[in-house]
Design a protein around this ligand. Structure first.
Ligand SMILES: Cc1ncc(COP(=O)(O)O)c(C=O)c1O
Length: 375
């Protein structure tokens, strides 16, 4: 493989080409219908997606950050339990953003080194009477055992703390026999184009089996309306998914398990090609390998080594939420308890892992990984 043919972190043109005939048919039919928002296509996708996840209600919104913001609003309504939200500091900042938009205070907790997922023991240590909610992010497609966390919270006398699952990187991931997104009190999804289930634009969803929380989110995402032009709750705004995106997502939903399997296969091949100088994360058996993320001591040298051999790399994520310059003045807690998060942040590196990679590309990445191990 020559330098000109660098393997990119993703190539969404290939996704389009693979489903082009179906997508163009469904998009054309949606446009021809003259009904582009709040219509039958969105309803159909919402019904299919809630069935796929195993929650009775699905509210389609404009993106995954709005979904987190509405979910947190729904589970902290009334605010009688205090204003702290427990979350990891390594998950890209989205849950921190959503917390501050709800006047909630992020209380950061540490992660497990091998998976980089939130450490349940740290969550339990931080949980107290001021905890308004816990956000569990199924990061990189790996899965947190939410059922176990729920039991541990109950044993600690805190069974009432709501759990929000952020599944933006984990469509179709499984925890034991359960699907991620069906285990918390409420869950959120992003359909950003590169996600395991991605739109051709922005999109998001909130899922829950709690009818009252769902009704509240439905109001918040449409101006706070209880019915057309009648405002039932404050703090609403406009956050909708359009019918064209729902049509595309409904097509891709049919293939998401298959594509997740392809991602897993690629990641397993990378694992087999490495292990000494570079360790890929262990996201659990039900992981959907959203990203192939590894820990590497010589990260800069590794990235140069890959680049020179025609493989792009990236860093997810280079800065912990609590260390973001623009958030220095925001209220937050727990920054002194993040030893694993801090030790990991300069060692993280992602390599290309998406279902439309060719066999040649996958094999080339494996060869370069083996060459790195041999240095
Ligand atoms: C873990 C996580 N949560 C939330 C989001 C926010 O989603 P969006 O970009 O659709 O707002 C993302 C996506 O980028 C994400 O990766």
């Amino acid at each position: 493989m020559t330098k000109q043919e660098t393997i990119p972190m993703n190539d969404l043109k290939r996704l389009y080409q693979r489903y082009q005939i179906e997508i163009e048919r469904e998009v054309a039919s949606t446009l021809q219908s003259g009904w582009w928002l709040n219509g039958a296509v969105g309803k159909r996708f919402a019904a299919n997606f809630s069935k796929f996840i195993g929650a009775s209600e699905c509210i389609l919104v404009a993106n995954g950050t709005d979904a987190l913001e509405f979910a947190l609003a729904a589970v902290t309504r009334g605010g009688s339990r205090g204003r702290e939200v427990i979350l990891a500091a390594n998950a890209g900042g989205y849950a921190s953003c959503a917390s501050w938009h709800n006047d909630l205070v992020p209380h950061y907790v540490d992660i497990e080194p091998a998976s980089q997922l939130v450490d349940r023991r740290s969550v339990l240590k931080a949980a107290n009477a001021d905890t308004a909610a816990i956000v569990v992010t199924h990061l990189y497609g790996g899965v947190v055992d939410v059922r176990a966390l729920r039991t541990e919270l109950a044993d600690a006398g805190l069974p009432h703390i709501p759990i929000v699952e952020d599944c933006a990187q984990a469509h179709g991931a499984r925890v034991g026999g359960d699907v991620a997104g069906s285990l918390g009190d409420i869950s959120t999804f992003s359909f950003y184009p590169t996600k395991n289930l991605g739109a051709m634009g922005d999109g998001g969803a909130v899922l829950t089996s709690n009818a009252s929380a769902a009704a509240y989110v439905r109001q918040l995402q449409q101006y706070g309306w209880s019915s057309k032009y009648h405002v039932g709750v404050p703090n609403g705004r406009n956050s909708r998914m359009d019918e064209v995106q729902a049509a595309i997502l409904d097509i891709l939903l049919g293939d998401v398990d298959n594509r997740n399997g392809q991602r897993r296969t690629i990641l397993n091949r990378y694992k087999s090609a490495s292990g000494r100088r570079l360790q890929f994360l262990e996201g659990g058996g039900g992981s959907v390998a959203h990203l192939a993320v590894a820990l590497c001591d010589d990260r800069d040298a590794f990235r140069t080594f890959m680049k020179e051999r025609g493989v792009d790399t990236d860093i997810h994520y280079p800065v912990l939420d609590c260390d973001q310059v623009g958030w220095a003045a925001m209220p937050m807690k727990g920054m002194e308890n993040l030893a694993v998060s801090r030790a990991s942040v300069s060692r993280l590196c992602s390599v290309p892992c998406y279902p439309d990679m060719t066999e040649d590309e996958i094999e080339h990445v494996c060869q370069v990984l083996r060459a790195w191990e041999a240095v």
